[in-house]
Design a protein around this ligand. Structure first.
Ligand code: UD1
Length: 417
């Protein structure tokens, strides 16, 4: 297992090209299972999670081939079963549920470990399939779903917003008979990307990007080529890296509009944000001012940037409150930041962060993807050498992280543990 040794205290400056979005690539790859021709997906980030999804598609008997900066998917599935080993490794494997059910009329997908009563259930995914007429059975840790005569369009009113359940519902409804309306749909840019991609295969989707999506089912989806949008979370992470190191980073190949919520907050903390059509520049010359945030579904402040923002607030000039409204238990990074002498109190679903002028280097451990990168940001701002172990989480979501940061003046070494 690898670890990172980061010699912090260096100001970052330069430019970074943003990679394709992991959270877009995963549903887009799954949508390839619905395509009756050849599906070419470009700008696919080279990550452990995208490799897992590609491996699952191949396991199902569908051919995939690496092309330039992407992958092509062709053929029919011969296995309609996503096994535990795969789903346990990557929760987003649940995204094959809608595509396989809609195209083949039957599917078996493992429940992610402990998910039925755990903190990240998939009940809304299952419920959405039932609204489209699927018969669903939960047995032996598996979701078994079938629809002998195909799915039937319906009104799906989500009780709360779920990105993944909206995606599964959109994909399934694309091949259902008649019209589906998804009310209280997620509005994330990744949903827009998925709708655009399905439409390029011949689906009839409108309203994606609003909370009311209309889908008129079609009989088949045909060959298409699509380019994954840029990763707004990767871009947001580097924007915070500029702020926390009092540096100056230009992020290219990205859509700055998708980071409006973060940029508004960074400006309040004292950073300067300049944006162009497909780039953003974030610079900062003083310690951040404390600013409270609460995570919200898009277009609010993204939960996937909460941990990184906490690192910035841990070094801010005063105290701030960070509230997590999307996930329970998404403060696993707090004890690790406290090991670096961060002064943070957890109070239910909020944290009070008392900023310190200087954190101290310490051996810390990465616990999940965003928690890991928050430790990288904290270490970049901390004089001395911080060691971060169990960094395999980082490789699930960040393409060439050390390379990109080192090019801008960071001193990060990857070592074998
Ligand atoms: C996606 C993103 C993840 C991001 C999250 C919220 C991908 C691959 N992952 O995850 O990075 O943090 O959106 O922006 O795109 N829930 C249920 N039942 C369900 C589904 C979800 O109770 O069936 C709950 C979840 O536990 C959570 C909330 O709904 O509390 C929102 O989760 P959701 O939007 O579904 O997140 P994901 O799609 O899993």
């Amino acid at each position: 297992m690898d670890k990172l040794v980061i010699e912090g205290g260096h100001r970052l400056s330069g430019s970074i090209k943003i990679s394709g979005a992991k959270n877009s690539a995963l549903p887009l790859l799954a949508s390839g299972l619905m395509c009756s021709g050849t599906f070419k997906l470009r700008n696919v980030p080279l990550l452990a999670d995208t490799a897992s999804m590609i491996a699952l598609i191949e396991y199902l008997g569908v051919q995939t081939k690496r092309i330039d900066d992407g992958v092509s998917i062709i053929g029919e599935a011969s296995i309609l079963d996503a096994p535990y080993e795969q789903v346990r490794k990557m929760r987003a494997s649940i995204l094959v549920l809608g595509p396989l059910l809609a195209r083949y009329g039957s599917v078996k997908v493992s429940l992610p470990g402990g998910c039925a009563i755990g903190t990240r259930p998939v009940d809304l995914h299952i419920w959405a399939m039932q609204q489209l007429g699927a018969i669903v059975e939960l047995a032996d840790g598996y979701i078994k779903a079938r629809c002998r005569n195909g799915l039937i369009g319906n009104k799906i009113v989500f009780p709360f917003i779920s990105v993944g359940a909206t995606e599964n519902a959109m994909m399934a409804a694309s091949l259902a008979k008649g019209r589906t309306r998804i009310i209280n749909a997620a509005r994330e840019p990744e949903i827009i990307d998925l709708g655009n991609c399905l439409n390029s295969m011949g689906a009839k989707i409108s309203g994606h990007g609003t909370d009311n999506i209309i889908i008129d089912g079609v009989e088949t989806l045909s060959s298409a080529e699509h380019c994954v949008i840029a990763d707004r979370i990767e871009a947001g992470t580097f924007a915070i890296a500029a702020a926390i190191t009092q540096g100056d980073l230009t992020l290219s190949n990205m859509n700055p509009v998708y980071l409006n919520a973060l940029f508004a907050v960074l400006e309040q903390t004292g950073s300067a944000v300049e944006i162009g059509e497909n780039w953003a520049r974030v610079s900062c010359s003083s310690r951040a001012k404390p600013v409270d945030i609460a995570t919200q579904p898009y277009p609010g402040f993204p939960t996937d940037l909460q941990a990184q923002y906490m690192s910035l607030m841990a070094t801010a000039d005063g105290s701030s409150k960070i509230s997590e409204t999307i996930f329970e238990n998404r403060f696993m990074h707090v004890p690790e930041l406290m090991r670096m002498s961060g002064d943070i109190q957890i109070d239910g679903r909020s944290c009070i962060v008392h900023g310190k002028a200087h954190l101290k280097p310490a051996p810390v451990m990465a616990t999940d993807l965003r928690a890991s990168v928050c430790l990288v940001l904290a270490a970049l701002a901390t004089k001395g050498k911080t060691t971060i172990s169990r960094i395999y989480h980082l490789d699930r979501g960040y393409t060439n992280l050390e390379e990109k940061l080192n090019k801008c003046g960071a001193k990060i070494q990857r070592l074998e543990e």
